[in-house]
Design a protein around this ligand. Structure first.
Ligand code: SF4
Length: 207
């Protein structure tokens, strides 16, 4: 069990806006914040997720958890057209490349804008807890977003440490969260399908 007393929220700020990418990644972070007595609000802005049914499914899992935890939830837009427009020309890039920087920045910019408008000084994200993500890339996007909205601070914290990864896995199991098999966008879905087909043909070749 993570010792949530080890969290160091910037300036001791209690009111936190947490951008959530999905339930498995956010469960542990929400739990830790509650345990520390922080006043957390969950912000769901993920227009990268494709297709729409997948987006709704991931969102409903977050809603299920925040309702149980009695945490306020903000449902931001699904402006997927804007996301597709913004990532045009980056369709063939691999994960952790420039397209992912654009994707993180778009989501965290919207989070910072909401924080500034609604009086949250501190915001952060669940994006960096996954070992599949480049934490430095997420942190750069968060700091850049905060820089655009004076008065906001990006809480850069490695949520994987101090038992965070283990707690994330335990809560995901206990809550029986839906576990997606790709990061979120159309291009990551395509890569995931390619990987599965390649594994299948390997199995067929060796059997
Ligand atoms: S792979 Fe993930 S982080 Fe990268 S662009 Fe797609 S959805 Fe965004």
């Amino acid at each position: 069990m993570k010792d949530s007393s080890l969290l160091e929220n910037p300036g001791g700020e209690k009111k936190i806006l947490l951008h959530c990418c999905c339930a498995p990644c956010s469960g542990s972070i929400i739990r830790s914040m509650i345990d520390q007595g922080l006043d957390v609000t969950v912000f769901f802005y993920n227009p990268n997720i494709y297709p729409r049914a997948e987006y709704e499914h991931r969102k409903s899992e977050v809603v299920r958890y925040v309702q149980k935890a009695r945490v306020p939830f903000v449902d931001a837009d699904y402006d997927d057209d804007r996301w597709l427009e913004m990532t045009r020309g980056h369709e063939e890039e691999s994960e952790r490349g420039p397209r992912c920087s654009l994707c993180f920045e778009m989501r965290l910019r919207r989070t910072a804008a909401y924080a500034a408008k609604e009086g949250f000084r501190v915001f952060t994200t669940s994006l960096g807890i996954s070992r599949w993500k480049d934490l430095e890339q997420v942190t750069r996007a968060g700091k850049r977003a905060a820089g655009l909205f004076p008065g906001t601070v990006y809480w850069e914290h490695n949520w994987r440490l101090q038992g965070g990864t283990e707690q994330m896995e335990r809560i995901a199991r206990e809550e029986n969260f839906y576990r997606q098999r790709y990061c979120g966008c159309l291009y990551s879905l395509r890569e995931s399908i390619k990987r599965s087909l390649s594994k299948l043909s390997d199995v067929q070749r060796t059997s």
